[in-house]
Ligand binder design. Structure first.
Ligand SMILES: Cc1cc2nc3c(=O)[nH]c(=O)nc-3n(C[C@H](O)[C@H](O)[C@H](O)COP(=O)(O)OP(=O)(O)OC[C@H]3O[C@@H](n4cnc5c(N)ncnc54)[C@H](O)[C@@H]3O)c2cc1C
Length: 428
């Protein structure tokens, strides 16, 4: 490939903190809040203008995996507090006791409040582009923004970018995960009661429509409740694309990966998905308008401003959680959180701290969908509440590491677990 040489530059160090969190999605804003509540001086860097990641900008609004199939609760702590705060301001729609759907805009406000009340310094519109590493230890990041190129330093950093950008930049090993790329929608003008009756009474016709949509080159749509569904507003979960060729594996499942699949860390594939999905979704909505009772007057209100990336890098940690361990209900001496499973009959699983500690880079923790797990349990770990749960564990561990002047790998596990339990995290 043709290359050019970039001249060396002096970069201003604009901030030195105890803990630096990169990525302000569910994992990141919770990690920053948890660390700041323990007294750490925390900076949170986010590339976009709001917090919440896919749970706000991606219009992904169902808070899955808090409960198991039997309705037993496995996630408490800051994720639960976030839902309580949302409920208090009318930002939660509850489709039954175990199916909470958040309002995308009010979740941004709640995330801001959690961070600012705890004393987190926010740096929005800032894209982490380089890692500052010396002797295998991460020292901070270089961010690019309207203010130019700037350095932020901290003895402990947390990668909550979803894609594991910071860990990869710092030289951590990783495996790629592939799932379909979606682009969620918000629509208005839906007659809720007629649509719900159709869903209840004609499930077979709903499934048939998915097939017709695929044949027409559209995308299956999954309309879901919002706090404003009484006035016709729904969010639509979109399964999306696996590869470039429209005919490539049309029936492939969400989690199946194969050669030629779109890469979520390739800018050309991301651009293709943004353009292609908009085209297909307009067509899909039109088919709904003409075939689904309650959708006759549907209006497109918004495409998600953030593309629906379900899976990308899994950073290789000191421990990699596997299907075998989950199915065997393995207990770990360093468990830092649990979550419920809705896609298989295993009930729940535990996350060991080793999944958050990268094998190859010191001074760094990972949180959210890029932690060290296999391609089976990622189906649950990547969901919003588990991402928040790992964020709380990483933020708490980072504050303890910064306070004690140790690397994350050396944090005292008993102290960490005591603190998490005190802060409402369910550990057993
Ligand atoms: C279409 C779709 C449907 C889904 N459905 C559900 C569902 O029904 N229920 C459920 O619970 N979950 C669902 N999920 C999964 C869930 O939304 C995500 O996996 C979850 O949001 C992961 O949280 P995270 O904090 O790890 O990452 P993200 O939400 O991706 O947040 C990462 C944050 O980091 C920022 N960032 C990234 N790179 C950089 C950088 N270099 N510098 C600075 N900032 C950066 C991003 O802007 C973002 O704010 C769905 C996902 C998709 C895509």
């Amino acid at each position: 490939m043709h290359t050019i040489q970039e001249p060396a530059r002096e970069i201003p160090v604009v901030r030195q903190a105890d803990v630096l969190v990169v990525g302000g999605g569910p994992a990141g804003f919770v990690a920053a809040t948890a660390a700041a509540r323990l007294g750490a001086d925390v900076v949170l860097v986010e590339r976009y203008g709001c917090l919440g990641g896919l749970a706000t900008g991606g219009l992904v609004l169902y808070m899955d995996a808090i409960f198991d199939k039997q309705g037993h609760q496995w996630i408490g702590g800051l994720p639960w507090e976030t839902l309580d705060r949302l409920r208090a301001i009318g930002g939660l729609a509850e489709d039954g006791p175990t199916r909470p759907h958040a309002d995308s805009e009010l979740l941004q406000v709640v995330a801001n409040e959690l961070c600012t009340e705890a004393g987190v310094t926010l740096r929005l519109h800032s894209w982490a582009t380089s890692a500052i590493v010396a002797d295998g230890r991460l020292q901070g990041v270089i961010v690019e923004s309207k203010s130019g190129r700037q350095a932020i330093l901290a003895p402990v950093c947390i990668d909550a970018t979803g894609d594991g950008d910071l860990a990869a930049l710092a030289g951590a090993g990783y495996e790629m995960g592939y799932m379909r790329i979606g682009l969620n929608l918000k629509v208005g003008g839906v007659d809720r009661d007629r649509f719900r009756a159709f869903q209840r009474e004609q499930p077979e016709r709903m499934r048939q429509l998915d097939g017709e949509l695929r044949d027409l080159g559209g995308c299956p749509l999954h309309p879901n409740t919002t706090p404003h569904s009484d006035i016709g507003v729904f969010w639509i979960n979109v399964l999306g694309l696996s590869g470039r060729d429209a005919s490539a594996r049309p029936g492939a499942s969400l989690h199946e990966s194969f050669e030629g699949q779109l890469s979520t860390i390739d800018v050309e594939d991301l651009t293709y998905a943004e353009v292609e999905l908009r085209r297909r979704l307009v067509r899909s909505l039109d088919l709904y308008r003409h075939n689904v009772p309650g959708f006759e007057n549907v209006r497109l209100l918004a495409f998600a401003p953030q593309l629906g990336v379900r899976d990308s890098r899994h950073i290789i940690g000191q421990h990699t959680l596997t299907k075998t361990e989950v199915v065997a209900d393995t207990a770990f001496a360093d468990t830092v959180g649990m979550a419920g499973v809705s896609f298989a009959d295993v009930g729940h699983y535990r996350i060991p701290y080793g999944c958050l500690v990268p094998r190859d880079v010191r001074g760094l923790l990972v949180a959210g969908r890029c932690i060290s797990v296999d391609h089976w349990i990622i189906q649950s770990v990547r969901l919003i509440p588990p991402a928040m749960m790992t964020g709380q564990a990483a933020g708490t561990a980072a504050a303890l590491a910064a306070r004690d002047g140790v690397s994350p790998a050396e944090v005292d596990i008993a102290t960490l677990q005591r603190q998490l339990a005190q802060d409402g995290v369910i550990l057993q």
